[in-house]
Design a protein around this ligand. Structure first.
Ligand code: GDP
Ligand code: IMO
Ligand code: MG
Length: 450
């Protein structure tokens, strides 16, 4: 009898923690799928918005009326009042950049940073990380550049895992910070002297770096917190948490197109490790998919269109990097890749973005399989050299002439637009929850409410 009473207590506890599960927004391609827009739309139904990996390599665009916000480190929820925004443990933080973002929002009279919290466990980017990023941007497999954003992301994550030359945000408030930086600068000066030609090498100055970073630490002090404890308590008490992915699942360091990836787990598998919140608190997993494909930087891209159609997608979709302004490489939608990343990320629905960019094309192609060595495969290759060798197998669908930016329901879309979406849903194996037909909040069609 006593046993069952105790068991019942545990069951109740479990049910309460599932009452308001977390929502996760994950890019399923190579980034820039318009995750920022989806997060902004969903924020009003949540108490917390959490960035959990990546850093200022991300560029998330939120359009509110005639105002365009480009956010790199601040969660896209920062534009909505009443929401606690968290920069979680798995992020690598460039303090100068986050301060710039806060200042820019303040100047524009926008944003709600009062409830911003930044993990004291996260790792901090220092000047040596930028220097190493620029010097070391070579792929290990064949000498081709990865084409990083140059934001020091890889070197900072490398030091985090290496442990001897790493600084966490919480370290900056401790008496040992000075000695820590002096020790690291001495070691990094030796490394950089080898990486850079004598003429270009500039010795790092520990005292100047300490002054600069101590000022950043003071500025950020009100926001620094144990966000693991904050988020665990929030999840356990049924608060609604929205997890905002950066980059896309094909850039995941373990599961993406390695080595042409970023240095964090940008697919759904990285949400727990980056936020410190276990997966049992996630309920709704939204995969964000552009209606075509884009990629910035190096690496294989089977459906790339290096032709006038690719240029048309670039022009109509304004496909220029948010962070670096590099032209994005454009191509047809690849459902071999997206089916793989949606399974990997455990998505429960997809949102199809920038559908309006395809308006006016005579016909549209969707990659449904890869042809290699005379055989077709629908699994995504694990080695980048095998991905380089595949030929996309395309299915051709008729396009539509109408502009669709004014459509607000699935039924208002042209027949061929609806058929294109249905086919994507079938091939990826997921229901479509939202369709985006323009950058603004209201240019969104909600199909299925989860
Ligand atoms: P993120 O990194 O995934 O947040 O995406 P980015 O902000 O880097 O890139 C997406 C771009 O597409 C931004 O400029 C958005 O304003 C824009 N955008 C979002 N949704 C739509 C849409 O449905 N149609 C068009 N034409 N642009 C969109
Ligand atoms: P959002 O969040 C698109 C790409 C870079 C490069 C590779 C490694 O806006 O979708 P890094 O600087 O991370 O070491 O660069 O990853 N990359 C992105 N591409 N969108 C992003 O972020 C990206 N973040 C990194 O172009 O190819
Ligand atoms: Mg982006």
């Amino acid at each position: 009898m006593l046993f069952w009473r105790i068991a019942a207590l545990f069951v109740d506890k479990d049910q309460s923690s599932f009452a308001m599960p977390g929502t996760c927004v994950i890019g399923l391609q190579w980034g820039d799928e318009a995750k920022g827009k989806i997060v902004d739309i969903l924020t009003r139904d949540h108490d917390f918005v959490v960035r959990y990996q990546g850093g200022a390599n991300a560029g998330h665009t939120v359009v509110v009326g005639d105002q365009v916000y480009k956010l790199s480190l601040l969660p896209s929820g920062i534009l909505t009042p009443g929401v606690t925004c968290v920069i979680g443990t798995g992020v690598v933080l460039n303090p100068a950049r986050v301060i710039e973002e806060l200042d820019e929002l303040a100047q524009r009279g926008a944003g709600h940073p009062e409830k911003l919290r930044i993990s004291d466990r996260l790792h901090v980017i220092f000047p040596w990380h930028f220097a190493e990023d620029l010097a070391l941007d070579k792929s290990t497999s064949d000498g081709e550049n990865i084409g990083t954003t140059g934001r020091g992301i890889g070197p900072c994550y490398r030091d985090k895992v290496g442990r001897s030359h790493a600084v966490r945000l919480g370290d900056m408030y401790r008496p040992t910070f000075r000695a820590q930086v002096e020790h690291i600068v001495a070691a990094k000066n030796r490394v950089l002297a080898v990486l850079y030609p004598v003429k270009e090498f500039k010795l790092l100055d520990a005292a100047a770096i300490l002054d600069q970073y101590s000022a950043y630490a003071e500025r950020l002090r009100p926001y620094v917190a144990d966000t693991n404890e904050l988020l665990l308590s929030a999840a356990e008490s049924g608060k609604r948490i929205l997890f905002e992915g950066a980059q896309g699942a094909l850039l995941d360091v373990d599961h993406g197109t390695y080595p042409f990836v970023t240095s964090s787990n940008s697919s759904g598998v990285g949400i727990s490790s980056g936020s410190g919140v276990p997966a049992r608190h996630f309920g709704r997993m939204i995969g964000v998919v552009k209606a075509y494909s884009t990629r910035v930087g190096g690496g294989p891209f089977p459906t790339e269109l290096d032709n006038p159609i690719g240029q048309r997608l670039r022009d109509r979709g304004n496909e220029y990097g948010t962070v670096t302004r590099r032209p994005r490489r454009c191509g047809w939608l690849d459902t071999v890749a997206v089916r793989y990343t949606s399974r990997l990320s455990g998505v429960t629905s997809i949102s199809v973005m920038l559908l309006d960019v395809l308006s006016g094309l005579e016909e549209l192609k969707i990659c449904t399989a890869y042809q290699v060595d005379g055989q077709q495969r629908t699994s995504f290759p694990s080695h980048v050299d095998d991905l380089r060798r595949v030929q996309p197998v395309y299915e051709t669908l008729p396009g539509w002439k109408e502009e669709i930016t004014g459509c607000r329901s699935f039924d208002e879309l042209p027949d061929n637009g609806r058929a294109y979406l249905r086919r994507i849903s079938q091939l990826v194996g997921q229901p479509i929850e939202m369709v985006s037909v323009g950058p603004e909040r209201d240019q969104t069609i909600i199909i299925k409410k989860s």
